[in-house]
Design a protein around this ligand. Sequence first.
Ligand code: CTP
Ligand code: MG
Length: 226
Amino acid sequence: APAVAVVVAAGSGSRLGAAVPKALVELDGVTLVRRAVDALAEAGIDEIVVTIPEGMVDAFAEALRGAPARVATVVGGRIRQDSVRRGLAALGAAADAIVLVHDAARSLVPAETVRGVVAAVRAGADCVIPVMPVVDSVRRVTVEGNEIVDRADLRAVQTPQAARLQTLRDAHALVERDGVEVTDDAAVCEYAGLSVTLVPGHRDALKITEPIDLVLAQAILEQRRQ
Ligand code: CTP
Ligand code: MG
């Protein structure tokens, strides 16, 4: 089965605060969305649907021109899961294709991480997500006060997240039918009763969210050039 992808890039990037949607912000002269698409293509993903903000078709076509994969764009939805659902609907691959859902904002994900996610689905996992240890001490805040949470039990979740195409479409349909709001595709899969398998994430797959993250991303690029 082929591996295909939805790259979600329809957000505005309000926390980044740039003059253009976050996915069109440039890092070293290349847009974040293009970097994300190129990373997936490098890992052998051959069909990619990119979700984009309304009214931005030309700007995204320009950013994605000449990308080393078959790329189509589709307008995203109100929240991320709406965008994912629209992206999944626009994919032309077979029902048993492996589909990755990836944040354009995780522009520097290494191809090795992408391959690890695909391999785990090929090996039989329902839903696969890359995760990282949590470095901070963590406390849970309640009405009574606050309490320690053992960070050894916690993982921070990244993308790309993967499943079989029909499996993920069905899971999203269920979440949509029930009006459930989630923050990632693993939550969609779990809601549909699927098991979630963890594989190692990577520091470079950080989600570019605030201006300082662009500084870190720039440093990662410089380090890669050495
Ligand atoms: N996204 C999307 N459709 C939405 C909301 C988000 O496709 N309705 C995408 C974003 O483009 C991004 C990814 O989901 O690549 C993760 O979202 P986030 O990092 O929160 O990006 P934004 O929502 O654009 O940023 P902010 O929350 O700061 O406005
Ligand atoms: Mg957001």
